[in-house]
Design a protein around this ligand. Sequence first.
Ligand code: ATP
Length: 307
Amino acid sequence: MNRFAAPVTVRAAAKINLHLGVGAPREDGFHPLTTVYQAVGLCDDVTAHPDADLTVSVTTTDWVDAAAIPVDGANLAHRAAVLLGRHHDRDLTGRLEVEKAIPVAGGLAGGSADAAAALVALDRLHDLGTSDDALLALAAELGSDVPFALLGGTALGVGRGELVEPVADVGTWWWVIVPSRVGLSTPEVYRHFDRMFPNASPEPPDADQLLSALLTGQPVSLARTLHNDLQEPAIDLRPELGDLIDLGEAEGALRGMVSGSGPSVVFLCESADHARDLAGALMRTGQDVVLVANGAVAGAHVVPSHV
Ligand code: ATP
């Protein structure tokens, strides 16, 4: 490694599932999904600095629970580094600095974003020239949402969500995101889905209506077609999420929805102004963290490092 190589910073976005259709568990235990992901403007940055060892450190914004993030080999950025190294038959080193703004265990795929960002940052730091196809395959090994974190934009995901392809999306969509201070375990929500829906079809519900709504560019049309099969189990585990959705809709959101497996709740709005108004209204009701973000934004990409 060139000890004098410049650090590389890669930004990766949170995701919202505009459609999350879940089928009965497959033989390998994974649930088959038909999902439409959208990358939104709430991002983590991963900076890879040249170093003789592989280490991870994490800094967080106010609403992110730093204590819930491992800084050892369990960190998804670290796991990404090991996997990328294995792909190239070498031990990759680097000091990975993760700056997190995406809530942990929030249903926004923050860990997946960090894994995708680490793959790209280390590929560039070490000038590995990994092909896009190889990066996507490594991403799929790291987690179902990681390939989408590389791709960004708006995309259809099938399989367990790891098989992604971009879809046509003509809108600019404005979201209010209300994270929760306490995360919700994704496997726990899936287990609860199985308890609540023991007769779920093996085929997840398709996303055709939502894909048509994306082509209208009209928030009202998109609002009608948002769909999340994990919403009921998430609300059953955390009834206050249902109350929050009702509150946001009463305050004028076009539609409120649990994001992925939760517990973050997202509200679709008409416009940037509408989103800011709704965010203000929700803060006045006592929500301590309310964020505004738009989509779709880019997947993991290099940004000029902070000097
Ligand atoms: P998804 O929507 O993909 O299920 P999530 O947003 O609910 O993901 P994450 O924030 O990705 O959940 O974190 C899930 C778990 O992964 C956390 O409990 C945490 O301990 C672990 N983890 C490992 N690496 C990271 C990381 N870099 N950032 C956040 N969590 C991480």
